[in-house]
Ligand binder design. Structure first.
Ligand code: PLP
Length: 304
Protein backbone atom coordinates (compact mmCIF):
# COMPACT_ATOMS: atom_id res chain seq x y z
CA UNK A 1 0.00 0.00 0.00
CA UNK A 2 1.33 3.48 -0.89
CA UNK A 3 0.41 6.62 1.04
CA UNK A 4 -2.22 7.29 -1.64
CA UNK A 5 -5.65 5.78 -1.25
CA UNK A 6 -7.70 4.97 -4.36
CA UNK A 7 -11.45 4.38 -4.67
CA UNK A 8 -13.16 3.82 -8.03
CA UNK A 9 -16.80 4.78 -8.53
CA UNK A 10 -18.45 1.56 -9.65
CA UNK A 11 -22.19 0.83 -10.01
CA UNK A 12 -21.53 -2.65 -8.54
CA UNK A 13 -20.06 -1.04 -5.37
CA UNK A 14 -22.38 1.76 -4.13
CA UNK A 15 -19.78 3.05 -1.61
CA UNK A 16 -16.92 2.81 -4.11
CA UNK A 17 -14.40 0.05 -4.94
CA UNK A 18 -11.12 0.33 -3.04
CA UNK A 19 -8.04 -0.52 -5.10
CA UNK A 20 -4.29 -0.47 -4.54
CA UNK A 21 -2.85 2.82 -5.87
CA UNK A 22 0.62 1.27 -6.10
CA UNK A 23 -0.62 -1.19 -8.78
CA UNK A 24 -1.55 -0.38 -12.42
CA UNK A 25 -5.27 0.46 -12.54
CA UNK A 26 -6.06 2.23 -15.85
CA UNK A 27 -6.41 0.83 -19.36
CA UNK A 28 -3.87 2.27 -21.80
CA UNK A 29 -6.82 3.17 -24.08
CA UNK A 30 -8.50 5.31 -21.42
CA UNK A 31 -9.22 8.66 -23.08
CA UNK A 32 -8.17 10.44 -19.90
CA UNK A 33 -4.65 9.06 -20.40
CA UNK A 34 -4.44 9.28 -24.20
CA UNK A 35 -6.17 12.64 -24.73
CA UNK A 36 -6.44 14.34 -21.34
CA UNK A 37 -10.18 14.10 -22.00
CA UNK A 38 -11.86 14.41 -18.64
CA UNK A 39 -12.44 16.65 -15.64
CA UNK A 40 -11.15 16.79 -12.08
CA UNK A 41 -11.38 18.58 -8.74
CA UNK A 42 -8.82 18.93 -5.98
CA UNK A 43 -10.00 19.65 -2.48
CA UNK A 44 -8.65 19.77 1.02
CA UNK A 45 -9.59 17.89 4.16
CA UNK A 46 -8.63 19.70 7.35
CA UNK A 47 -9.00 18.13 10.77
CA UNK A 48 -11.37 15.53 9.36
CA UNK A 49 -13.61 18.05 7.57
CA UNK A 50 -13.91 18.06 3.75
CA UNK A 51 -13.82 21.75 2.83
CA UNK A 52 -16.37 23.14 0.33
CA UNK A 53 -17.41 19.69 -0.99
CA UNK A 54 -20.76 20.95 -2.44
CA UNK A 55 -18.99 23.77 -4.36
CA UNK A 56 -16.45 21.29 -5.79
CA UNK A 57 -19.21 18.87 -6.82
CA UNK A 58 -21.13 21.70 -8.50
CA UNK A 59 -18.02 22.73 -10.44
CA UNK A 60 -17.26 19.11 -11.39
CA UNK A 61 -20.80 18.85 -12.79
CA UNK A 62 -20.47 22.14 -14.69
CA UNK A 63 -17.05 21.14 -16.13
CA UNK A 64 -18.56 17.80 -17.20
CA UNK A 65 -21.49 19.61 -18.88
CA UNK A 66 -19.06 21.75 -20.89
CA UNK A 67 -17.31 18.54 -22.08
CA UNK A 68 -20.66 16.74 -22.65
CA UNK A 69 -19.41 14.09 -20.27
CA UNK A 70 -21.87 11.99 -18.29
CA UNK A 71 -20.60 11.72 -14.71
CA UNK A 72 -22.16 10.06 -11.63
CA UNK A 73 -24.52 11.91 -9.27
CA UNK A 74 -23.16 13.95 -6.35
CA UNK A 75 -24.20 11.23 -3.86
CA UNK A 76 -21.95 8.62 -5.52
CA UNK A 77 -18.94 10.98 -5.24
CA UNK A 78 -19.81 11.79 -1.62
CA UNK A 79 -19.94 8.09 -0.69
CA UNK A 80 -16.61 7.42 -2.46
CA UNK A 81 -15.01 10.34 -0.59
CA UNK A 82 -16.21 8.92 2.74
CA UNK A 83 -14.79 5.49 1.80
CA UNK A 84 -11.47 7.03 0.73
CA UNK A 85 -11.13 8.97 3.99
CA UNK A 86 -12.02 5.93 6.13
CA UNK A 87 -9.38 3.97 4.23
CA UNK A 88 -6.84 6.80 4.56
CA UNK A 89 -7.35 6.92 8.31
CA UNK A 90 -6.84 3.17 8.58
CA UNK A 91 -3.94 2.80 6.17
CA UNK A 92 -2.04 6.12 6.26
CA UNK A 93 -2.85 8.28 9.28
CA UNK A 94 -5.03 10.99 10.79
CA UNK A 95 -7.07 13.35 8.59
CA UNK A 96 -5.21 16.49 9.68
CA UNK A 97 -4.46 17.72 6.14
CA UNK A 98 -5.35 15.46 3.22
CA UNK A 99 -5.65 16.29 -0.48
CA UNK A 100 -8.62 14.61 -2.15
CA UNK A 101 -8.84 14.40 -5.92
CA UNK A 102 -12.00 13.58 -7.87
CA UNK A 103 -11.35 12.48 -11.45
CA UNK A 104 -13.73 11.57 -14.29
CA UNK A 105 -12.32 10.61 -17.71
CA UNK A 106 -14.26 9.87 -20.90
CA UNK A 107 -13.37 6.23 -20.24
CA UNK A 108 -11.89 3.44 -22.31
CA UNK A 109 -12.07 4.11 -26.06
CA UNK A 110 -15.32 2.69 -27.45
CA UNK A 111 -16.79 1.78 -24.04
CA UNK A 112 -18.97 4.92 -23.70
CA UNK A 113 -18.72 4.91 -19.90
CA UNK A 114 -16.61 7.32 -17.84
CA UNK A 115 -13.80 6.13 -15.60
CA UNK A 116 -14.21 7.84 -12.22
CA UNK A 117 -12.14 7.71 -9.08
CA UNK A 118 -11.35 9.47 -5.83
CA UNK A 119 -7.83 9.54 -4.42
CA UNK A 120 -6.55 10.80 -1.08
CA UNK A 121 -2.94 11.69 -0.29
CA UNK A 122 -0.80 14.03 1.82
CA UNK A 123 -0.32 17.64 0.60
CA UNK A 124 2.97 18.79 -0.94
CA UNK A 125 5.16 20.27 1.82
CA UNK A 126 5.82 23.37 -0.35
CA UNK A 127 2.25 24.64 0.06
CA UNK A 128 2.63 25.43 3.77
CA UNK A 129 6.01 27.11 3.36
CA UNK A 130 4.75 29.28 0.49
CA UNK A 131 1.64 30.26 2.47
CA UNK A 132 3.79 31.38 5.39
CA UNK A 133 6.57 33.13 3.48
CA UNK A 134 4.91 34.29 0.26
CA UNK A 135 5.96 33.67 -3.34
CA UNK A 136 7.65 35.31 -6.31
CA UNK A 137 5.50 35.34 -9.44
CA UNK A 138 6.00 36.22 -13.10
CA UNK A 139 3.43 37.40 -15.64
CA UNK A 140 3.15 35.13 -18.69
CA UNK A 141 0.98 35.54 -21.79
CA UNK A 142 -1.73 32.97 -22.32
CA UNK A 143 -2.19 34.06 -25.94
CA UNK A 144 -5.99 34.45 -25.93
CA UNK A 145 -8.00 37.64 -25.53
CA UNK A 146 -10.24 37.98 -22.49
CA UNK A 147 -13.47 37.55 -24.53
CA UNK A 148 -12.48 34.27 -26.21
CA UNK A 149 -14.34 32.14 -23.64
CA UNK A 150 -17.69 33.43 -24.96
CA UNK A 151 -16.72 33.15 -28.64
CA UNK A 152 -14.99 29.75 -28.50
CA UNK A 153 -16.63 27.47 -25.91
CA UNK A 154 -14.70 24.49 -27.37
CA UNK A 155 -11.56 25.87 -25.71
CA UNK A 156 -13.21 24.80 -22.42
CA UNK A 157 -11.62 27.75 -20.59
CA UNK A 158 -14.17 27.72 -17.75
CA UNK A 159 -13.86 23.94 -17.18
CA UNK A 160 -11.37 22.14 -14.95
CA UNK A 161 -10.21 19.60 -17.53
CA UNK A 162 -7.44 17.02 -17.26
CA UNK A 163 -5.53 18.88 -20.02
CA UNK A 164 -3.16 20.71 -17.65
CA UNK A 165 0.07 20.16 -19.63
CA UNK A 166 0.20 23.86 -20.62
CA UNK A 167 -0.37 24.97 -17.01
CA UNK A 168 2.42 22.65 -15.81
CA UNK A 169 4.73 23.90 -18.60
CA UNK A 170 4.12 27.50 -17.48
CA UNK A 171 5.07 26.55 -13.92
CA UNK A 172 8.27 24.83 -15.12
CA UNK A 173 9.09 27.95 -17.15
CA UNK A 174 8.63 30.11 -14.03
CA UNK A 175 10.83 27.81 -11.96
CA UNK A 176 13.49 28.07 -14.69
CA UNK A 177 13.35 31.88 -14.25
CA UNK A 178 13.79 31.53 -10.47
CA UNK A 179 10.13 32.31 -9.72
CA UNK A 180 7.61 30.19 -7.79
CA UNK A 181 4.47 30.73 -9.82
CA UNK A 182 2.72 32.44 -12.72
CA UNK A 183 -0.10 34.90 -13.36
CA UNK A 184 -1.43 34.58 -16.91
CA UNK A 185 -2.37 37.70 -18.91
CA UNK A 186 -4.64 37.88 -21.97
CA UNK A 187 -3.60 39.21 -25.38
CA UNK A 188 -5.65 42.36 -24.60
CA UNK A 189 -3.58 42.98 -21.48
CA UNK A 190 -5.93 41.73 -18.74
CA UNK A 191 -4.92 39.78 -15.65
CA UNK A 192 -6.39 36.25 -15.79
CA UNK A 193 -5.42 33.58 -13.23
CA UNK A 194 -2.57 31.37 -12.06
CA UNK A 195 -2.06 27.90 -13.62
CA UNK A 196 -3.62 26.36 -10.49
CA UNK A 197 -5.00 29.36 -8.59
CA UNK A 198 -7.13 32.52 -8.60
CA UNK A 199 -5.71 36.06 -8.32
CA UNK A 200 -6.91 38.32 -5.50
CA UNK A 201 -6.00 41.98 -5.07
CA UNK A 202 -6.60 44.24 -2.04
CA UNK A 203 -6.75 48.00 -1.66
CA UNK A 204 -7.04 49.56 1.79
CA UNK A 205 -7.81 53.14 2.80
CA UNK A 206 -6.24 54.39 6.01
CA UNK A 207 -6.87 57.50 8.16
CA UNK A 208 -4.16 59.87 9.44
CA UNK A 209 -3.46 57.54 12.36
CA UNK A 210 -2.83 54.65 9.94
CA UNK A 211 -6.07 52.87 10.86
CA UNK A 212 -7.73 50.97 7.99
CA UNK A 213 -11.06 52.64 7.18
CA UNK A 214 -12.09 50.74 4.03
CA UNK A 215 -10.97 47.53 2.34
CA UNK A 216 -11.66 46.40 -1.18
CA UNK A 217 -11.04 42.90 -2.52
CA UNK A 218 -10.93 42.44 -6.31
CA UNK A 219 -10.59 39.39 -8.55
CA UNK A 220 -10.52 39.18 -12.38
CA UNK A 221 -13.87 39.05 -14.20
CA UNK A 222 -15.25 35.53 -13.99
CA UNK A 223 -16.24 35.58 -17.68
CA UNK A 224 -12.72 36.40 -18.91
CA UNK A 225 -11.84 32.79 -19.80
CA UNK A 226 -10.78 31.72 -16.31
CA UNK A 227 -11.85 28.94 -13.99
CA UNK A 228 -14.24 30.28 -11.31
CA UNK A 229 -12.41 29.44 -8.06
CA UNK A 230 -14.38 27.81 -5.26
CA UNK A 231 -11.94 29.45 -2.79
CA UNK A 232 -12.45 32.91 -4.28
CA UNK A 233 -16.24 32.41 -4.21
CA UNK A 234 -16.28 31.30 -0.57
CA UNK A 235 -13.82 33.96 0.58
CA UNK A 236 -15.77 36.73 -1.17
CA UNK A 237 -18.94 35.67 0.67
CA UNK A 238 -17.09 35.70 4.02
CA UNK A 239 -15.29 38.99 3.29
CA UNK A 240 -18.57 40.69 2.38
CA UNK A 241 -20.03 39.66 5.76
CA UNK A 242 -16.90 41.11 7.40
CA UNK A 243 -17.40 44.50 5.71
CA UNK A 244 -15.07 44.29 2.72
CA UNK A 245 -16.13 45.86 -0.58
CA UNK A 246 -15.89 43.42 -3.48
CA UNK A 247 -15.06 43.87 -7.15
CA UNK A 248 -14.70 41.76 -10.31
CA UNK A 249 -12.03 43.26 -12.59
CA UNK A 250 -11.13 43.99 -15.22
CA UNK A 251 -7.61 44.06 -13.81
CA UNK A 252 -4.42 44.99 -15.63
CA UNK A 253 -0.84 44.32 -14.47
CA UNK A 254 -0.58 47.97 -13.26
CA UNK A 255 -3.43 47.27 -10.83
CA UNK A 256 -1.34 44.51 -9.27
CA UNK A 257 1.75 46.72 -8.97
CA UNK A 258 -0.40 49.47 -7.36
CA UNK A 259 -2.22 47.14 -4.96
CA UNK A 260 -1.72 47.04 -1.19
CA UNK A 261 -1.56 43.24 -1.41
CA UNK A 262 -1.89 40.48 -4.03
CA UNK A 263 -2.52 36.79 -3.34
CA UNK A 264 -2.89 33.54 -5.21
CA UNK A 265 -5.59 31.39 -3.66
CA UNK A 266 -6.74 27.81 -4.20
CA UNK A 267 -8.30 24.98 -2.24
CA UNK A 268 -5.02 23.25 -1.44
CA UNK A 269 -2.48 26.07 -1.30
CA UNK A 270 -4.96 28.37 0.53
CA UNK A 271 -4.20 32.10 0.68
CA UNK A 272 -0.63 32.75 -0.47
CA UNK A 273 0.80 36.30 -0.60
CA UNK A 274 2.70 37.44 -3.70
CA UNK A 275 5.94 39.08 -2.52
CA UNK A 276 7.32 40.07 -5.91
CA UNK A 277 5.82 40.26 -9.39
CA UNK A 278 8.25 40.28 -12.31
CA UNK A 279 10.94 41.15 -9.74
CA UNK A 280 9.09 44.18 -8.26
CA UNK A 281 7.94 44.19 -4.64
CA UNK A 282 4.17 44.14 -4.14
CA UNK A 283 2.56 46.23 -1.38
CA UNK A 284 4.32 49.38 -0.20
CA UNK A 285 3.68 48.59 3.47
CA UNK A 286 4.71 45.07 4.62
CA UNK A 287 2.84 45.55 7.93
CA UNK A 288 -0.38 46.25 6.04
CA UNK A 289 0.21 43.18 3.82
CA UNK A 290 0.64 41.03 6.93
CA UNK A 291 -2.48 42.48 8.60
CA UNK A 292 -4.68 42.02 5.50
CA UNK A 293 -3.34 38.49 4.94
CA UNK A 294 -3.98 37.53 8.56
CA UNK A 295 -7.53 38.92 8.45
CA UNK A 296 -8.45 37.09 5.22
CA UNK A 297 -6.71 33.87 6.35
CA UNK A 298 -8.89 33.80 9.48
CA UNK A 299 -12.04 34.30 7.36
CA UNK A 300 -10.89 31.59 4.94
CA UNK A 301 -10.08 29.14 7.78
CA UNK A 302 -13.63 29.41 9.07
CA UNK A 303 -15.17 28.45 5.73
CA UNK A 304 -16.96 25.12 5.81
C1 PLP B 1 -6.72 27.28 -13.39
C2 PLP B 1 -7.20 27.35 -11.97
N1 PLP B 1 -7.74 28.50 -11.53
C3 PLP B 1 -8.18 28.62 -10.25
C4 PLP B 1 -8.08 27.55 -9.36
C5 PLP B 1 -8.55 27.72 -7.94
O1 PLP B 1 -9.71 26.96 -7.72
P1 PLP B 1 -10.17 26.49 -6.28
O2 PLP B 1 -10.15 27.69 -5.41
O3 PLP B 1 -11.54 25.99 -6.49
O4 PLP B 1 -9.21 25.44 -5.82
C6 PLP B 1 -7.53 26.35 -9.79
C7 PLP B 1 -7.43 25.23 -8.84
O5 PLP B 1 -6.79 24.24 -9.07
C8 PLP B 1 -7.08 26.23 -11.11
O6 PLP B 1 -6.54 25.10 -11.58
Amino acid sequence: MTSTVLVFLDPAHPDGRVEDASKPQLFVTDLGATRGDGVFETLLVMDGHVRKLPAHLRRLASSARLLELDVPEHEAWERAVVTALDEYQREVGPLQEVVVRLVATRGVEGAHAPTCWVSASAPHPNAKRQREHGIDVILLERGYDSAIGERAPWLLLGAKTLSYAVNMAALRYAHGQGADDVIFTSSDGKVLEGPTSTVLVAHAETDDAGRVTAKRLVTPQLDSGILPGTSQGALFAAAKEAGWELGYGPLEPEDLFDADAVWLISSVRLLTPVNRLDGKAIGADPELVRALTAELAVLFDRIA
